[in-house]
Design a protein around this ligand. Structure first.
Ligand code: G
Ligand code: G
Ligand code: MN
Ligand code: NA
Length: 253
């Protein structure tokens, strides 16, 4: 059966899963998680979101799938929040197609309301390219969500080849430096200088900075020295199922 057909039934029959990758402070304290979609298909095996997200976008399935991700991630975060960990964010990836959809704000607010998650603990990750190609309605949606307290992050920062003017105009809180820049930070002085520049620029604009794809101690040390605020990557942990993520919550208290 075609991948599209399989994807459609997986979405409509709730056969997807979320894994959670911890995000920590430079002292190693747990700050929250990024929710990442996982799909294990009986025919195609493990399919990466890199492959099925574009298909979901092309077919419109990203709308019900994205709504499910928001609901599921908020529900999990609300549960962890209730069981003691007071301030822990949940970061959710949002496609530009979702953002442009007329019901996007309602979908987000409904997920918050139904799960009881405080809006301040939800962080929506939007890619640079999504923000550049945005329509007026997307722009309004972001401002509205921000007024409700929802946090906004720019994902994959540095890969969009964009003018940086949108950073000034958008209600964004956090910049996530793409792992392509972090990858050889410990061996390449040029990479290191670039990342230091990004961090300084972000701080000038009063944005927090997350470094993605941190894979070893040396990279972490360089980032801490450069003033980076938050760390995410295999050096801390890969994305894990909810039951395993609980382990990070317990040790941080
Ligand atoms: O975990 P990793 O291989 O799984 O993710 C690959 C890419 O898929 C990343 O760019 C990530 O942002 C994207 N991705 C993962 N989960 C989601 C999701 O729920 N929604 C969207 N739009 N993208 C996702
Ligand atoms: O684009 P986005 O930031 O949402 O992508 C997250 C993707 O990055 C996922 O595929 C996730 O599994 C992957 N990832 C997370 N941490 C690391 C890391 O330290 N190294 C590498 N190579 N990939 C990572
Ligand atoms: Mn992301
Ligand atoms: Na990213």
């Amino acid at each position: 059966m075609s991948m599209e057909h399989r994807l459609r039934s997986a979405v409509l029959e709730n056969q997807m899963h979320l894994h959670y990758q911890p995000i920590v402070s430079t002292e190693g304290r747990l700050l929250g998680f990024e929710a990442l979609l996982r799909w294990n298909d009986a025919v195609h095996g493990d399919v990466s979101p890199v492959d099925f997200i574009p298909l979901a976008e092309k077919t419109g399935l990203i709308i019900p799938l994205g709504a499910w991700v928001l609901q599921q991630a908020c529900s999990q975060a609300a549960q962890w929040h209730r069981t003691g960990n007071k301030l822990m964010k949940m970061s959710v990836n949002v496609s530009s197609i979702q953002l442009a959809h007329k019901d996007f704000v309602t979908t987000v607010l409904t997920a918050l309301k139904e799960t009881g998650l405080p809006a301040e603990l939800l962080d929506l990750e939007l890619t640079e390219s999504a923000l550049i190609q945005q329509h007026d309605s997307s722009y309004e949606s972001l401002h509205l969500l921000r007024r409700f307290g929802v946090k906004l992050s720019i994902d994959d920062f540095g890969t969009g080849y964009s003018s940086l003017s949108y950073l000034r105009d958008l209600p964004v809180h956090t910049l996530k430096i793409d792992r392509a820049f972090v990858k050889d930070i410990e061996i390449s002085p040029e990479s290191r200088t670039l990342v230091e520049g990004m961090i300084d620029m972000a701080h000038t604009l009063h944005l927090r900075v997350v470094a993605e794809g941190v894979e070893n101690r040396k990279q972490m040390e360089i980032l801490v020295e450069a003033g980076c605020d938050e760390i995410q990557g295999f050096h801390i942990s890969k994305a894990v199922p909810a039951d395993d993520a609980r382990r990070f919550i317990n040790v941080s208290h």
